[in-house]
Design a protein around this ligand. Structure first.
Ligand SMILES: Cc1cc2nc3c(=O)[nH]c(=O)nc-3n(C[C@H](O)[C@H](O)[C@H](O)COP(=O)(O)O)c2cc1C
Length: 382
């Protein structure tokens, strides 16, 4: 798909998840395939200008991690402009602006005029960035503050006039947090509001079918996936295959358990390569349980991996877990269907009637599908 001057290999995007969408995770996803553009965690523009090591670690990249969008956060126009120049000089293919929600509760009092003041200010900031860099500038927003203030269509239109190359819209209001249902009609109204830039829909995409539904029902040009990629790093590859299957909805088979373990181990290797053994292992304590969510019973693994401090210890934990897990296998060495994890279902999709995961026996008693959990992080910010 076209994205400003960029041509992307797919219309599938990795959403920023602060604390998680770092270089190792992005490399893991890219090795599996299917993702068109990955985004860094949110980076404070001022920290980048102050040359803080932590900010530069967030934008660390390498040729295999391309194309990459750097997401910036800040409200001072000059700082945002200069930070965009730093990101560009650092090899970013695009710069994304974290907009959260433009409308503060206090704006309700001032009504529309206060909102427009905010929009004008935001548009001016964006204009300064667009003028300064050659790479595309994009913006990520929610639908608005609450159901009575769905400002995203107006904001998207103002930003398009200011020169953004695309907008990303999480189909919830700020008031919703991560609860309730992703509002596909709300995303559709943003698509209708802009003239020609792509709108990328976001929120709760946990299966290829959910991606297809969001594309079909909103008319958005692409979808961005956050937690779903963390839960299932194969989601981009499978979604791309599903979208390319010309209506048949064919999805490649689920990866084997051995492949899941290989990818998890690769993720740890990259964490150690990028962050060093001590910090990489410490950070992996909260990542490994997400990989394990699809292993079947994993309490014994999770209990130990939260104390991880070295690569050697990881091998021991894995060895112990593989032995412990044998009690849940059937005669052919596969996980018994009753231990298969229940499928995830997007808030805007109907729960499947037979609820076993692909690869498990659909004749087994139905399992209740789950909504995707929210990983730990300062989520009130987005
Ligand atoms: C732990 C966590 C961290 C997040 N960090 C960011 C961030 O840095 N920047 C941002 O724009 N959105 C951030 N988000 C929001 C996601 O990018 C995304 O919009 C949201 O999770 C909905 O998409 P999903 O259902 O595919 O996860 C974060 C969400 C979570 C749960």
């Amino acid at each position: 798909m076209r994205f400003g001057a960029l041509t992307l290999e797919s219309n599938l995007f990795l959403s920023p998840l602060a604390g998680y969408t770092n270089l190792p995770f992005r490399l893991v996803l890219r090795e599996i395939g299917g993702v068109g553009l990955c985004t860094t965690d949110l980076v404070n523009a001022r920290s980048l200008l102050e040359q803080r090591a932590k900010a530069f670690k967030l934008i660390e990249t390498r040729p295999a991690d391309s194309p990459l969008a750097v997401q910036l956060f800040g409200s001072v126009p000059e700082e945002m402009r200069d930070a965009a120049l730093v990101a560009e000089a650092h090899g970013a293919a695009s710069v994304d602006i974290n907009m959260g929600c433009p409308v503060r509760k206090v704006c309700n009092v001032g009504g529309g005029s206060a909102m427009m003041t905010e929009l004008n200010k935001t548009a001016a900031l964006v204009r300064g960035m667009v003028k300064a860099v050659k790479i595309p500038v994009t913006a990520k927003m929610r639908l608005g503050w609450d159901a009575d203030n769905l400002t995203a269509p107006d904001l998207a239109r103002a930003l398009e006039d200011a020169g953004v190359a695309a907008v990303f819209v999480h189909g919830r209001t700020r008031e919703q947090g991560f609860g309730g249902t992703v509002n596909l009609a709300g995303i559709r109204s943003v698509v209708a509001a802009v003239k020609s830039i792509p709108v990328i829909g976001n929120g709760d995409i946990v299966t290829p079918q959910a991606a297809r539904t969001m594309l079909d029902e909103t008319g958005c040009a692409g979808v961005s996936i956050g937690r779903g990629a963390f839960y299932n790093p194969w989601i981009f590859r499978h979604t791309l295959a599903c979208l390319q299957s010309e209506g048949s909805g064919q999805v490649p088979p689920e990866p084997s358990f051995a492949e899941r373990v290989r990818v998890m181990s690769r993720h740890l290797d990259l964490m150690i390569e990028v962050f060093g053994e001590e910090l990489g292992c410490r950070m992996f304590r909260k990542i490994a349980p997400w990989h394990a969510k699809r292993f079947g019973p994993s309490s014994e693994f999770n209990k130990r991996v939260v104390l991880l401090s070295s690569q050697a210890q990881f091998q021991e934990i894995l060895h112990h877990y593989l032995q412990w897990r044998t009690q849940f296998l059937d005669a052919s060495g596969e996980l018994s269907p009753r231990y298969c994890p229940p499928p995830m279902v997007a808030s805007f999709m109907q729960a499947p009637k037979t609820a076993a995961e692909p690869g498990c026996n659909a004749d087994e008693p139905a399992v209740v599908p789950r909504h995707i959990p929210v990983p730990r992080g300062p989520v009130e910010v987005w």
